[in-house]
Design a binder for this molecule. Structure first.
Ligand SMILES: [Zn+2]
Ligand SMILES: [Zn+2]
Length: 159
């Protein structure tokens, strides 16, 4: 059984001491929802140790993947490496079990570790809500409104 780009373990031939697997899944296996600020670059990289213990197959290790994202505050592009250092999955491995495809779990671990609101840097100031200026690069004249935004709304109401 050969499925390129998948991590498939041949249970019957697995070394009794366990075996290590390292590689990368095929790009495009990761399906992110519409509107995600991130696009995968390449596949999921993995370094996994797989061991059969009794009637269970245990897999643990590290998975990572690079993404091209947009900052959720200022919309600038950013490159992000998502790392899950403590990947863990287990599978039933009864007598006669043959192959197990670990790819869906590798993928899922990355999706869980992917931040929903990536930022280009922790202190990103974002865009001005009024004029759209990138406040990391420029100081626009419309901010800060004296007394905060409520005062600005008051002024508008009195006009
Ligand atoms: Zn930003
Ligand atoms: Zn502004």
């Amino acid at each position: 059984m050969e499925t390129p780009g998948h991590l498939i373990v041949d249970i019957a031939r697995l070394d009794p001491e366990g075996e290590s697997f390292a590689g990368e899944t095929t790009p495009g296996l990761l399906e992110l929802g519409e509107g995600s600020p991130c696009i995968p670059e390449g596949g999921v990289a993995y370094r996994i140790h797989v061991e059969r213990i009794g009637s269970e197959l245990l897999a643990r290790g590290q998975v990572s993947q690079r993404f091209a994202c947009k900052c959720s505050r200022c919309a600038e592009p950013l490159s992000l490496e998502v790392v899950e250092p403590s990947f863990f999955a287990n599978y039933p491995a009864e007598e006669g079990a043959e192959f197990v495809d670990l790819t869906p779990e590798l993928r899922e671990a990355i999706i869980l570790a992917l931040p929903g609101y990536p930022v280009c840097r922790e202190d990103c100031k974002g865009l001005c809500a009024r004029c759209g200026a990138n406040r990391n690069r420029e100081t626009c004249t419309c901010s800060p409104a004296p007394g905060g935004s409520w005062a600005a709304l008051d002024l508008l109401a009195k006009r």
